[in-house]
Design a protein around this ligand. Structure first.
Ligand code: XMP
Length: 510
């Protein structure tokens, strides 16, 4: 599929550039500065974007332009560090700015291909130390700010464009329109849509799998469920989808997911393994040991089920995994090879179960998986669920995880989440959860004193879970939820709301 290749010079925004391009329905991938013309050809690159980067182009060992890029002949959009590289390479000059510019600035614009067509004031997000002092021959300055004489430059004949600011961030409100103009100028087709992604993935899966069969572990989450639907569309009954019920999901969630997936034609093997997980967790209070116990139990149950299905139906050659693009980029960045973060892996399967891996979501961001889920018919309330940790309610049950404590937590969680939905607050919140603490305290209920559990509620706003702020849920809403919990869950007599952001807190309590 024709693409726009984003060359990563280490900017924190590189991934965002790719996402914005995909919002414009253009297929975009990230490569390192070592990308070769052969690789660009294989990726069907119709344009290249050079990202920003933290360093100076004059620093020792600073990465340069990809070899052969300019001869490759596609339009180039060079951002920040990328623009400075381009300027230096083509005979311009770069110098440290007199003031380090950081923040919003209004551009003064001249006639230009990209910026010229955008109406009204153009506010741009700046973050740089060096800047272009002299543009290379053939280029003209198309925008400047009070502190940066060359805020944008272009050579329309060679279709080379440079921006000192960041069009990919929301702080540059017309940045998407600018990227849109670049994509139009480059003539890149807009065929990156859910339908197109599905069609291409289905073709690839069929070509790879042939007449063989594929095993998939379904956790109940959005990614693995969507992968199930996609594989089902591609290979029908040759998908063996095993839903391991670990007994750590939310109230009614197993039934809900099972019903929805079966309703869409998936032939699910559901394994009720709650006993197995419960005995693995008996007496365990340390969160890391809980995770290990759960991971170990999952492998055991999944392996046993895989063997059973193979005995019954014959050999299975492939194992599908819902690895996402951010996992691929992250691991590639860390060690240069495209290995995958281990906790996303069904790693650790015994040697007699040596499957070939198939990862149809390797090129997708999470929101793209959600769009696909929608296109494949997953009900909205399942598709739009908040992120939920693999170890499930076990890490929200502080102290020992017993059936009784899980039952209490599950009820509290259900009251909280269903109230959020009822008040229209669920979708505004990035993640919401209830924690059963090991605390008990005295309360009064009717005529009697109680000595019961304290639960904590947590709701956060976040973009990716790396940082988060506690959600300012309305006081009236919190009052209602607190009443509902204490009235409907007799084991609880105190409800607290967590007002810690991350950092210093984490999202989960554990
Ligand atoms: P923390 O608590 O580290 O969580 O701020 C950030 C995000 O990651 C989720 N989380 C997990 N997800 N396995 C998972 O699959 C885990 O062990 C795990 N621990 C935390 C958490 O729910 C939040 O969305």
């Amino acid at each position: 599929m024709p693409s726009v290749v984003v060359v990563d010079y280490g900017s924190q925004y590189t991934r965002l550039i790719t996402r914005r391009l995909r919002e414009l329905h253009v297929y975009s991938v990230i490569e390192t500065p070592a990308v070769t013309p052969e690789r660009l050809r294989a990726l069907e690159a119709r344009a290249v974007v050079l990202s920003g980067g933290p360093g100076s182009v004059y620093a020792a060992g600073a990465p340069g332009l990809p070899v052969g890029l300019l001869e490759f002949g596609v339009p180039v959009l060079a951002i920040c560090y990328g623009m400075q590289l381009l300027a230096r390479e083509l005979g311009g000059s770069v110098a440290p700015s007199s003031v380090r510019e950081y923040g919003k600035a209004v551009l003064t614009r001249q006639e230009g291909t990209l910026l010229g067509g955008i109406e009204g004031e153009f506010v741009a997000w700046m973050s740089h130390g060096d800047s272009v002092a002299e543009v290379p021959p053939g280029f003209r300055v198309t925008a400047s700010t009070a502190d940066t004489p060359v805020a944008a430059m272009e050579d329309p004949a060679r279709r080379l464009f440079g921006l000192q600011f960041h069009p990919e961030v929301r702080h540059t409100p017309k940045g998407l329109a600018l990227l849109d103009r670049f994509v139009a100028e480059a003539g890149v087709p807009r065929d990156w849509t859910s339908e197109q992604i599905i069609e291409q993935a289905v073709d690839e899966i069929r070509a790879r799998v042939g007449d063989e069969r594929v095993l998939l572990g379904i956790s109940g989450g959005v990614d693995s469920s969507t992968l199930g639907l996609l594989l089902h569309r591609a290979i029908g009954q040759r998908l063996v989808a095993v839903f391991v019920d670990n007994g750590l999901l939310r109230l009614g969630e197993v039934d809900d997911v099972e019903r929805a997936l079966r309703g869409l034609g998936l032939d699910l093997v559901v394994v009720d393994a709650s006993e197995r997980f419960s005995s693995a967790l008996a007496g365990v209070t340390d969160p890391e040991r809980k995770r290990k116990a759960i991971g170990g139990a999952f492998i055991e149950v999944f392996a046993a089920e895989a063997r059973r299905v193979q005995d019954e139906r014959g050999d299975i050659r492939f194992l599908a995994q819902g690895t996402l693009y951010p996992d691929v980029i992250e691991s590639a960045g860390a060690d240069g090879a495209a290995t995958i973060k281990s906790h996303h892996n069904v790693g650790g399967l015994p040697d007699d179960l040596a499957f070939e891996l198939i990862e149809p979501f390797r090129n997708l961001f999470k929101d793209e998986v959600r769009d696909i889920a929608d296109a494949l018919g997953m009900p909205k309330h399942l598709r739009d669920r908040h992120p939920f940790p693999g170890p499930g309610l076990a890490i929200r049950c502080l102290g020992e995880v017993t059936a009784e404590r899980l039952r209490v937590l599950r009820q509290v969680d259900d009251v909280f989440v269903s109230s959020l939905r009822e008040f229209g607050l669920y979708e505004e919140t990035w993640q919401a959860l209830a924690v059963l603490t090991p605390l008990r305290s005295v309360g009064v209920m009717g005529d009697g004193r109680t000595y019961a559990h304290t639960v904590a509620l947590r709701a956060v706003n976040s973009v990716d879970g790396m940082t988060a702020d506690w959600a300012r849920l309305p006081h009236d809403f919190l009052a209602t939820v607190s009443n509902r919990i204490v009235n409907s869950v007799p084991e609880v007599n105190r409800v607290v709301y967590d007002i810690t952001s991350k950092p210093p807190g984490t999202i989960e309590w554990e």
